[in-house]
Design a protein around this ligand. Sequence first.
Ligand code: KIV
Length: 311
Amino acid sequence: MTKPKGTLPSTKPVTVPTLRAMKRAGERITMVTAYDATFARLLDESGVDMLLVGDSLGMVVQGLDSTLPVTVDEIVYHCRAVARGTQRAHIVGDMPFMSWQISPEDALRNAARFLSTGGAHSVKLEGGRNAAGTIERIVNAGIPVVGHVGLTPQSVHAMGGFRVQGKTEDAAARVFDDARAVADAGAFALVLEGIPSDLAAAITDAVAIPTIGIGAGPSCDGQVLVCYDLLGLTPDLRPKFVKRYAEWFEEGKRAAARYCEEVRSGAFPTDEYAFGQVRREDAGPSASPLPGTSLPSNPERRPGPAYGPVA
Ligand code: KIV
């Protein structure tokens, strides 16, 4: 039975069976990237179902122009931070470039680190038919896998840039076959990135696992956005598929500029933000922590001038 859309999520932790059940019930899944404990807490408390510790952190956190240099160690480090800020959401650790292609043993060892050290609940890897064997191996080891087909940013050079995939019938058939292979290999969910909406709809109908779209139109079982995009923290990037729900970069700049003004003018800090005066028991010249000055005497105990240089 299809549940009404837009209802508040339950507070129970989101698990792999929860996500499968959401597809069956026709409930839309929300996924957002997170890279630290504070953003994780914010997104978790706002009801986001899945937090992706994406290799996009290379671009939005590290300032790189691709995700290729991001390492397993870095993603594991960010997973740990996200796990500390999360109570409910399902955490996915993104397997970076070359972390699964070298050998099945290497893939398994790296995937395991996201769960054992990083505190993630599953891993995501970019690849289609070429990744199916590895996905099967990781899933057989008890590690849930999210697939990722279509525009796969780690293949930026092979694709000749960040380009929409599957635009011709042949290309669409290849993306479709990739999606099927990933689902057949045992992935429990599938990110569809940068593909035409009708292709995403056909894949969503054809596979039993939830599809999570980014630039893949409205028919997917869920949607994912990079948190910096969603919150308006990426001033120079305005991809067509991103809807901004806040303008935090501009708001943050205004707040920081006001802070600078107030520090420069002396308006901040006022007494409200300060720790008052040193408590004086029986202060004498020898009690001063400052060379050459005495502590001011306590006017309630010892009437007289409050401050004065020590002779
Ligand atoms: O790394 C990432 O943030 C991603 C999403 C864009 C799906 O892979």
